[in-house]
Design a protein around this ligand. Structure first.
Ligand SMILES: [Zn+2]
Ligand SMILES: [Zn+2]
Ligand SMILES: [Zn+2]
Length: 257
């Protein structure tokens, strides 16, 4: 399988329009962060997308994502779902419906917000809407997506529960301020860890970079990439502060696992 990090920015993306800070104006390609999203490409070419954020169309073009077979939604915040309409392009090219996986807590607001896709009114007369099939999953167990086992676990994100997962020796935990015991168990000894780490200053729904480092070290992850970072995080300056085996993620990071 191949993992590709399509974006590793916080909800605003980096740079922020109108911001004149050092990071937003740096021009360093790794200080450009689209909204956090990833994809897993199976050996036969099928693609599982992790979240469909507002940058999806641009990310797919930039990182040459030519098909999407399934989407795993981690939670229903705007920065993880607002690209849902652009999934249509993949329906057009594959002539197939796309399976969308999420917990009930995640799928309910998605199917409500995009009711024209999931609950179209009789007599709808527009163009083709995205052809998506919702599938409910539970954070306490495994989900089989495109024949691949995802071990799921819940993450606390303010008053929301986010879905984290492990596939083989890769773990992914975005958007959380607390990782309950199940997540620590599932991720123990993981080879590649993608973990939230918003910034250095505390935040009530995200962990800090310092906390991300502590969790990664507890888990004994071999290689950790910190994601969902804000414009207060300069790529080179922050990487220089991080211990060996822990670094910032960057858009387009891709490897076989
Ligand atoms: Zn987010
Ligand atoms: Zn800025
Ligand atoms: Zn969120």
């Amino acid at each position: 399988m191949k993992f590709t990090l399509l974006g590793c920015g916080t909800s605003t993306g980096v740079p922020l329009p109108g911001c004149a800070c050092k990071v937003c104006t740096s021009g360093h390609p790794k200080n450009h962060r689209d909204r956090t999203s990833a994809c897993i490409t199976l050996d036969d070419g099928r693609v599982i997308l992790i979240d469909a954020g507002p940058d999806l169309r641009y990310q797919a073009l930039k990182h040459k994502v030519r098909r999407v077979d399934s989407v795993l939604f981690t939670h229903a915040h705007a920065d993880h779902i607002l690209g849902i309409d652009d999934l249509r392009s993949f329906n057009f090219s594959s002539k197939k419906r796309i399976s969308c996986y999420g917990t009930k807590e995640t799928l309910d607001p998605i199917t409500d917000s995009f009711s024209y896709i999931f609950k179209p009114r009789p007599g709808y007369a527009g163009g083709m809407v995205a052809q998506l099939d919702p599938h409910e999953i539970s954070n306490d167990t495994l989900a089989e997506i495109e024949g691949t086992a995802f071990t799921l676990f819940p993450l606390v994100h303010g008053n929301m529960t986010v879905t984290g997962f492990r596939v083989g020796d890769l773990g992914y935990a975005t958007d959380f301020n607390e990782m309950p015991e199940r997540g620590m168990r599932v991720l123990e000894g993981v080879k590649y860890l993608f973990i939230d780490g918003l910034r250095f200053e505390p935040h009530n729904t995200h962990i800090t970079i310092t906390q991300a480092v502590e969790i990664a070290q507890k888990l004994k992850a071999q290689q950790t990439y910190i994601i969902h970072t804000t414009h207060t995080i300069d790529y080179d300056e922050t990487n220089a502060l991080l211990p060996a085996g822990i670094e910032l993620g960057y858009d387009g990071l891709s490897f076989e696992f």
